[in-house]
Ligand binder design. Structure first.
Ligand SMILES: [Fe+2]
Length: 219
């Protein structure tokens, strides 16, 4: 599949990797903004933010593990530049360290949302956001074009199948997360991956738990 451009020359969102990245960017912007304007010592708001944060962490761990376990080995077999894979692995190590530090700070914040703990959580999430956004941009620039050209290969199809097998928690929640307040570009990209009626049913029925516990917080 070839990437097209929109009127403002940004690359069109094509493929699941960029769709997932858009959800990470949205979540981090939400959490970052919410911590910046956090109502001091609000346990209710802390619990809401913790629910979003826990879901974000789950998806981020899952995504980078899938890349390392299934997709990058498939791309390596297909001949991608090994230097790119090595650089991206290095970025994952930095990102995991930032994620673990943010998880710790967010857990402390969730237990006691004092001004000091809010500030510490905000700093840790801010660092993770910086590290992750740099990494996602690198991956989209240097790995996604290769991935896009090899989607129909046996190796990539096997990698996709393996990720589905590895995650049995239900696609409804996953697609509800991807669809949540998404841009028109992401919506179009999603509908290229999944027929619109199927997407509607999955997100409305299978995604009810995500909608109730996470998406509702931001409406
Ligand atoms: Fe990655």
């Amino acid at each position: 599949m070839t990437a097209t451009t929109t009127a403002d020359t940004r690359p069109e969102i094509v493929g699941m990797n960029k769709i997932i990245h858009a959800a990470f960017r949205r979540d981090l912007a939400r959490i970052d903004d919410a911590l910046a304007g956090f109502p001091a010592s609000s346990s209710r708001r802390a619990a809401e933010l913790t629910a979003t944060w826990d879901h974000f962490c789950y998806q981020l761990h899952r995504h980078h593990q899938d890349e390392e376990t299934f997709f990058w080995p498939a791309f390596t077999e297909l001949g991608v530049d090994p230097a790119t894979v090595a650089e991206l692995h290095g970025e994952h190590h930095v990102m995991v360290a930032a994620l673990e530090a943010a998880e710790q700070a967010m857990a402390t914040f969730g237990t006691d949302p004092s001004a000091v703990n809010v500030a510490a959580a905000h700093r840790a999430v801010g660092w993770l956001r910086y590290v992750l956004l740099e990494h996602l941009a690198h991956e989209e620039r240097d790995m996604d074009p290769f991935s896009d050209r090899h989607q129909s290969t046996r190796q990539v199809k096997a990698a996709v199948k393996s990720t589905r097998k590895a995650h049995t928690e239900g696609s409804g929640s996953f697609f509800a997360w991807l669809s949540d307040d998404c841009s028109p570009e992401v919506r179009r990209a999603l509908q290229r991956e999944v027929p619109a009626p199927v997407l509607y049913l999955m997100t409305r029925l299978g995604g009810r738990s995500y909608t109730k516990t996470v998406a509702s917080i931001w409406r």
